[in-house]
Design a protein around this ligand. Structure first.
Ligand code: GTP
Ligand code: MG
Length: 315
């Protein structure tokens, strides 16, 4: 395939461009297939910049053909973020994936927010303990973020509480438009601040409130889809984990099938990503189930919400 695009379309400074050419990267193709850290070192540029350039080159080329081995190398080696529960991690194939949108959905009190808080802490852990040594952005549309919980969870995993709180950027989203604008705005921050996780809790709240009822369903869905694609693009391009929550209500009027359904249908059902249904069990126990994920094994995992955060259930 020939492409009319060239290095100038990368939108980078002429200094960096010159460095790249000098280092032998003379075509978009050569950059698109480059090893990011190699490119960073030979061109003498920071890793996040190199990452952005390689991603942009791939994007410009619309590289869609990959071998299975490429996929294995790219995706198979991607680190995951631990949830704090080994069983839940197991259900998710090792933890919350980066490069993907993971949705936690369930009724009120099923632990969606607690999981988001826990992941914001755990993303900061060293890699050998299930973290990315990276920071988190918490987009809070409901005002349920609690720094006290972050403090307690940080202590429980042996991280410095103040440092852990410094590494979580919190922003309140006041409307669906604002929520979408925030995502556009934080894109610059992701490589600069070494962001590894973006949380949107909840992703659907404002959309439901602003477009209520059946008559608004189509436009609400359309807008929400735009938001979700924006989120999955960010996850993919920057290789960060995106975790969203979606409150669904039990519908007593549903007599068969799954009684827990998003009012107005499964709003996120057609967006790419991993969907995890949460439901309550006895006491502080919760049950997670992955839905529609052909690459993950079927089954359920039980976990507990404790004073110290998300944990395995002690038998
Ligand atoms: P909605 O946002 O209302 O849809 O609910 P949610 O799914 O986000 O629920 P959330 O994550 O807020 O979970 C609430 C549950 O976590 C509560 O029912 C408590 O059992 C538990 N929880 C919340 N805070 C604490 C805490 O500080 N200590 C302990 N031990 N449990 C907590
Ligand atoms: Mg919540």
């Amino acid at each position: 395939m020939s492409s009319k695009k060239n290095l100038e379309d990368l939108g980078i400074s002429s200094t960096i461009l010159a460095k790249l050419k000098e280092a032998g990267y003379k075509t978009l193709e050569s950059i698109a297939v480059a090893n990011v850290s190699e490119l960073a070192s030979v061109a003498g540029i920071p890793l996040p910049t190199a990452h952005r350039i390689v991603s942009k080159a791939r994007e410009l080329l619309g590289l869609t053909l990959k071998t299975a081995l490429d996929l294995k190398k790219e995706k198979g080696a991607l680190p995951k973020i631990t949830t704090g529960s080994k069983r839940l991690d197991g259900l998710l194939g090792g933890g919350v994936e980066i490069g993907t949108v993971t949705e936690f959905f369930g009724e009120y009190g099923t632990g969606k927010t607690q999981l988001c808080l826990q992941l914001s802490v755990n993303v900061q852990l060293p890699r050998d303990r299930g973290g990315l040594e990276a920071k988190a952005v918490f987009v809070d549309s409901e005002g349920t973020f609690r720094w006290e919980r972050i403090e307690a969870m940080a202590k429980a995993v042996g991280l410095d509480p103040e440092k852990t709180m410094t590494n979580i950027y919190w922003v309140r989203a006041i409307s669906s438009d604002h929520q979408m604008a925030i995502i556009e705005e934080i894109m610059d921050l992701i490589p600069k601040e070494n962001i590894g996780l973006i949380v949107v809790d909840s992703v659907t709240g404002h959309f439901r409130a602003e477009y209520p009822g059946r008559e608004n369903l189509a436009v609400r869905q359309q807008k929400l889809n735009r938001h979700l694609h924006q989120l999955s693009r960010v996850a993919d391009i920057y290789e960060v984990a995106v975790v969203v929550t979606n409150q669904v209500m039990a519908r007593p009027d549903v007599f068969y099938g799954d009684p827990t359904q998003a009012v107005g249908g499964h709003v996120l059902a057609h967006a790419p990503g991993v969907r995890v249904q949460l439901r309550k069990s006895r006491g502080n126990r919760r049950i997670a189930r992955v839905v529609d994920a052909p690459h993950l094994p079927e089954g359920e995992a039980i976990f507990a919400i404790t004073e110290e955060g998300i944990k395995d259930v002690e038998e």
